[in-house]
Design a protein around this ligand. Structure first.
Ligand SMILES: [Zn+2]
Length: 376
């Protein structure tokens, strides 16, 4: 998330759901236990932060909707708004918290959970690595702090960014969801409501965000990114999967460059023999920060291609990389389901290798070799 909205107007899509939440805040009736559900990239976390700013803003600005309802808003510049907005770069904040834990003595490490807090009354609970689950220690901290009165803002807000809970963590949250303290709000984000325990669901209000329909997305892009050609617009709408914020920021040129390299991988797996194009390509992936970004883009492009091949293989047509559909179809006809599955698994391995800081092009070469073997 590189560009954080400076107003609710810049949050695209789901107007009805967003206005309903804003009018609840203005009326002082925002449910204290709230689930925000929606597909990846729909803007769940962004919206949760915007709602938090609207709850906590020192100036409490109001707007009037077309149907005359009062809608809560935020100024974006007061001390509450600015500190909350620092959590927008969530991945960076989580990395900082993980790095701080790494520095600790082993005895302390074990009891330290990853939490993000850029405002004293706003606590964010991301999935705790390496298992990437919401853990008991995190939920205990939430329960503990929910019972304190807020010190610098009107409310205590807790945002749980994933619905993958450790079982004990989910169970221990139930009582607080059932009877949250009057000054506390708990916002739980999920891609799939049915992943949550029925006992959690039944204690929360649910707000659902949908993906933008393709034609709305293309219209939005035509208006906001007129430099993009109609053909690229169609591709971009597909690649961003109905997530408006993602589409508006998407660096299509960088993606296409990474995808060109990703295709070399897949072609290499298809043809035994001359591997020099592959080695020439992986040679350009070096260690260091720049190499890491480049590798991340490559792996993402590769994942997107493999998913499309899998879709085509199963007879579906709703692929993302529509501009290269012909070549993808060829791959889908040549590769077995087992091969595609192995390739997807291998990709996970490369990603965890990268986290362990293995030499980048070595793990890419090893992956390419494994993919080749899997093809036979
Ligand atoms: Zn403010």
């Amino acid at each position: 998330m590189s560009v954080f909205p400076s107003s609710f107007d810049q949050f695209y899509g789901n107007r009805h759901a967003v206005e309903s939440l804003r009018s609840s805040i203005a009326a002082g009736r925002l449910p204290h236990s709230l689930i925000v559900a929606g597909p990846r990239g729909a803007g769940k976390f962004t919206l949760a932060l915007l709602l938090t700013m609207a709850l906590e803003c020192e100036r409490q600005p109001r707007e009037i909707a077309v149907d005359a309802r009062s809608l809560a808003s935020f100024c974006g510049t007061c001390r509450n708004c600015t500190r909350i907005a620092e959590s927008a770069a969530l991945d960076e904040r989580v990395e900082e918290a993980v790095a701080a834990r790494e520095e600790m003595r082993d005895a302390d490490k074990k009891d330290t959970r990853v939490l993000v807090q850029t405002h004293p009354d706003v606590l964010i609970l991301p999935p705790d690595p390496p298992q990437l689950l919401i853990k008991l220690g995190q939920v205990r901290t939430l329960i503990d702090r929910a019972h304190y009165v807020p010190t610098e803002a009107p409310a205590k807000v807790f945002i749980i960014t994933s619905s993958s809970f450790m079982k004990e963590a989910a169970n221990s949250l139930l009582k607080t969801l059932e009877e949250p303290p009057a000054s506390a709000h708990i916002i739980l984000l999920t891609e799939n409501v049915s992943e949550l325990l029925p006992t959690i669901r039944s204690r929360c209000a649910i707000s659902r965000l949908g993906a933008l329909p393709m034609k709305d997305m293309e219209a939005l892009l035509a208006e906001r990114r007129p430099e993009i050609s109609p053909k690229e617009r169609t591709l971009l709408a597909r690649l961003s999967e109905g997530a408006a914020g993602r589409a508006l920021q998407f660096d299509l040129a960088a993606y296409v460059t990474a995808r060109t390299d990703a295709l070399i991988f897949v072609r290499n797996a298809m043809q035994a023999g001359d591997h020099s194009p592959l080695f020439r390509m992986t040679e350009t992936y070096r260690a260091g920060a720049e190499g890491q970004t480049k590798t991340t883009h490559l792996l993402r492009a590769l994942a997107s291609i493999l998913e499309d091949i899998l879709l085509l293989h199963s007879g579906a047509e709703n692929i993302r990389n529509i501009d290269i559909a012909a070549e993808l179809r060829q791959f889908a006809e040549s590769f077995s389901f087992e091969w595609i599955e192995a390739a997807v698994h291998g990709l996970d391995g490369v990603q965890s290798g990268m986290r362990r800081n293995l030499l980048r092009n070595v793990s890419l070469d090893a992956y390419a070799a494994a993919m080749e073997g899997a093809g036979r």
